[in-house]
Design a protein around this ligand. Structure first.
Ligand SMILES: Cc1cc2nc3c(=O)[nH]c(=O)nc-3n(C[C@H](O)[C@H](O)[C@H](O)COP(=O)(O)OP(=O)(O)OC[C@H]3O[C@@H](n4cnc5c(N)ncnc54)[C@H](O)[C@@H]3O)c2cc1C
Length: 314
């Protein structure tokens, strides 16, 4: 399903992010997770993309397998880093042939095993260039869907570390939207005030595409520490740290604390009509499903169906 059709029919989208498993055992775990999460009927699931050689093919394989063996809409992530034009073109063709309708277009980070990688051979420096390339692919009619690929881009409510100038950063985000991005998916955050402020700044910058909020339930102290390292600057509010500290005598209590915090974040976001919530699942279903079930107990229709209104804004 094209992302514009998804937004037209959903008051708030619900989506899950996975990474492609590297071993047989991890693959089996992921398919268990997918089976568990399918009952929620998410608007879509997305699959991350590693810049390292072999894991690229894994993203393609997982996306096409999800498309073929489940009723889920799968959105592959695609990054600029370590790619020539012909490679990106080939990837787009293969996704178009496989009936994949949307792509999350990203800059990408340097692969951990290639910290000295020389980017001068890369076709695209920034995600905006990839968005333009996908839009040109669409314009040439190379995708069987009349609209071509739907395109998403990333954004950072608390700012991206590579651009300390937060005014200029909004210009770069606006450039991605002006280049044709259909929606924005945010980095995870733990304080909704950061997201609400980001939404307002988007309004001021005349960025009017739907913004999906990235949420990750904390499941362990070690996981929280790992996330602090990977997410590049995410703030952990004192109230959250205090709650985790109080629960830290017992692993199950920490998990419950993370679930409660994420539930409360989602409740408030949904009550203020967020256009979507994207769960960073780390390939596990338990915490995400617990948040989802909590929301069903708290709100009549957490991710309600939207009656299509011709000409209404996204
Ligand atoms: C929802 C989500 C999913 C992600 N999935 C993946 C994944 O699957 N694989 C992966 O490797 N990474 C992933 N990432 C991480 C992401 O690739 C990195 O954070 C990366 O550093 C930035 O990506 P971007 O798409 O925002 O890049 P860009 O939009 O290219 O921005 C990167 C930096 O460059 C700056 N910038 C943008 N345009 C310009 C310009 N024209 N001139 C100068 N500076 C500019 C931006 O302000 C920012 O600081 C994901 C992030 C998010 C939020």
């Amino acid at each position: 399903m094209h992302i514009l059709d998804i937004f037209r029919t959903s008051a708030s989208t619900c989506s899950f992010e996975f990474f492609p498993p590297k071993t047989e055992k991890a693959a089996n775990n992921l398919y268990q997770t997918l089976t568990h999460l399918e009952r929620v009927q998410p608007s879509f699931v997305s699959v991350t993309y590693g810049a390292g050689g072999s894991s690229r093919q894994l993203t393609h394989d997982l996306v096409t397998r999800i498309q073929q063996s489940t009723k889920l809409t799968a959105i592959p992530h695609l990054t600029c880093i370590c790619h020539e034009v012909t490679e990106i073109d080939d990837i787009l063709r293969r996704y178009a042939d496989a009936g994949v309708s949307n792509i999350l277009a990203l800059g990408g980070d340097l692969p951990q095993d290639r910290p000295a990688y020389d980017r001068s051979r890369d076709a695209f420096r920034h995600a905006v260039d990839l968005v333009r390339f996908i839009k040109a692919f669409n314009a040439r009619g190379q995708h069987p869907h009349a609209l071509g690929f739907g395109v998403g881009v990333a954004a950072y409510p608390e700012g991206h570390p590579a651009t300390p100038n937060r005014l200029v950063e909004m210009d770069f985000l606006k450039a991605k939207v002006d280049a044709g991005a259909d929606y924005i998916c945010t980095q995870l955050f733990f304080d909704n005030r950061d997201f609400f402020d980001f939404q307002e700044r988007c309004e001021l910058a005349r960025i009017h595409v739907p913004i999906i909020a990235g949420i990750m339930p904390i499941t362990s102290v070690a996981g929280m520490q790992r996330m602090a390292q990977l997410s590049g600057g995410t703030r952990f509010p004192a109230a959250l740290l205090r709650a985790v500290q109080r629960a830290s005598h017992d692993a199950a209590s920490v998990e419950l604390t993370g679930i409660d915090w994420a539930t409360e974040q989602c409740r408030e976001l949904l009550e203020t009509n967020v256009r979507g919530i994207h769960f960073y699942t780390l390939n596990q279903s338990k915490a995400t499903l617990a948040v989802y079930d909590n929301l069903c107990g708290l709100l009549p229709h957490p991710f309600g169906v939207r009656e299509p209104k011709p000409g209404s804004p996204q």
